[in-house]
Ligand binder design. Structure first.
Ligand code: FAD
Ligand code: EPU
Length: 339
């Protein structure tokens, strides 16, 4: 039985804590519910907003259509061989819950992605990543339903065209599919990735001599808690912008004026610059404009101190983009999805 609610506040459904209304709202607990939705002709003409955990969206206005929260659950082991297990996971499962499930069973591959908020179904949208690992490294395929027709489809890794915080679901396939499940292939013999950021240092501080999946997930959780605000305490959506990728020669030219500008090599011609550094250099770190601001410990995270609107967040983000563009000639691209 599908229950359609009207005029509900989306405040509890987005980690920025923005109080925008949705004209209609429905929660989908099983794939069959989506099929039922297609039989309700009056719903077909409505605009649709697909929602997971709401941890990567900015609601800039009330939404006049139907918000569809995907809560399809289930973690099923569908295959196993000597080296791997394949888990087919409902789109509405919590991503971090899945990481803990794998850590418990000794399945390796996603421990570096511990504590990323949101759902499993949204993970492919921007190919979530952290601490040297991305979703694409374990991704096998996903099942989806086409929004326009209700037709079921399967997307392979190649189909998804994963990139840095990118996939077809942020490009030409944007808002065209409900992702209903994601299948990952995990390692029975883990390959530890400890070279990134502070993982090694944190493991040492924790007194860990031999790394394990559990120890790495705990180190990542520790680092993340020290750097990123908890949305339960301070509204935010993680990194607001992507870290820009620029040509090495442009970076070298910028270093004449900014010799301390950090960078990470991508390939022989391109480097990635931490957007947090650029934003901090422009004096934004810790700044507050009305109800919103730039986090005091991480300049890449915009925050809602309470009562902030999506428009205030957007305006702040545009001001930041303008100052980074004016000072460094670099255009910051939002990582978050504006609604
Ligand atoms: P939502 O915000 O609900 O949706 C995001 C987009 O996906 C929307 O466009 C929505 O329409 C679409 N969507 C959601 N579910 C589905 C579905 N089932 N089918 C089709 N479309 C769908 N991200 C990282 O990559 N790395 C990090 O380290 C990281 N750290 C974060 C830390 C904090 C504190 C926060 C708040 C966010 C962080 N994020 C990070 C961003 C965010 O957690 C991820 O983008 C996450 O995958 C979003 O999941 P969600 O379910 O909340 O998606
Ligand atoms: N920095 C500053 N000032 C700041 C913040 C950062 O100078 O206020 C510089 C420092 O040089 C620092 C560097 O930026 O060493 C990198 O900062 P950090 O390690 O905090 O990582 P990040 O680049 O800001 C990225 C991802 C995160 C991910 C972490 C760990 C993007 C856009 N962000 O952040 O992902 O968790 O690395 O891998 O790629 C997200 O996508 O929402 C997200 C949180």
């Amino acid at each position: 039985m599908l229950t359609i609610q009207s005029n509900i506040s989306l405040k509890p459904y987005n980690t920025f804590g923005i109080d925008a209304l949705s004209r209609y709202f429905i929660e989908i607990n099983a794939e069959e519910d989506l099929q039922t939705l297609y039989q309700l002709a009056e719903l077909q003409r409505l605009d649709k907003l697909i929602l997971g955990g709401g941890s990567n969206i900015v609601l800039t206005q009330d939404f006049g259509g139907l918000t569809i929260k995907i809560s399809i659950k289930g973690i099923e082991q569908i295959r196993e061989d000597n080296a791997h297990v394949w888990l087919k996971v409902g789109a509405g499962e919590s991503w971090h819950g899945l990481v803990l499930h794998c850590v418990e069973r000794g399945y390796g591959g996603i421990e570096n992605l511990a504590l990323i908020p949101g759902t499993v179904g949204a993970a492919p949208i921007q190919n979530i990543g952290a601490y040297g690992v991305e979703l694409k490294d374990t991704f096998q395929e996903l099942c989806a339903v086409e929004v326009a027709t209700g037709q079921k489809l399967v997307f392979s890794k190649t189909d998804c065209q994963f990139g840095y915080r990118d996939s077809i679901f942020k490009q030409h396939a944007k808002e065209r599919y409900f992702i209903t499940s994601v299948t990952l292939r995990l390692n029975k013999t883990p390959v530890f990735r400890t070279e990134y950021g502070d993982i090694q240092k944190t493991l040492e501080q924790m007194g860990v001599k031999e790394p394990s999946i559990r120890a790495i997930s705990e180190a990542v959780i520790k680092i993340r808690r020290s750097k990123l605000p908890d949305p339960a305490e301070l509204g935010n959506a993680g990194s607001f912008f992507k870290n820009p990728e620029i040509l090495k020669i442009d970076h070298a030219a910028l270093q004449t004026d900014y010799p301390e500008m950090p960078s990470y090599p991508i390939d022989t011609t391109t480097v990635k610059i931490p957007a947090g550094w650029l934003i901090e250099q422009c004096g934004w770190k810790g700044k507050r404009l009305g109800n919103v601001g730039v986090h005091a410990r991480q300049a890449l995270v915009l925050v809602n101190y309470g009562g902030g609107t999506g428009l205030e967040i957007r305006q702040l983000s545009e001001k930041i983009q303008q100052s980074v563009q004016a000072r460094f000639g670099i255009k910051l691209q939002p990582e978050v999805n504006f609604v």
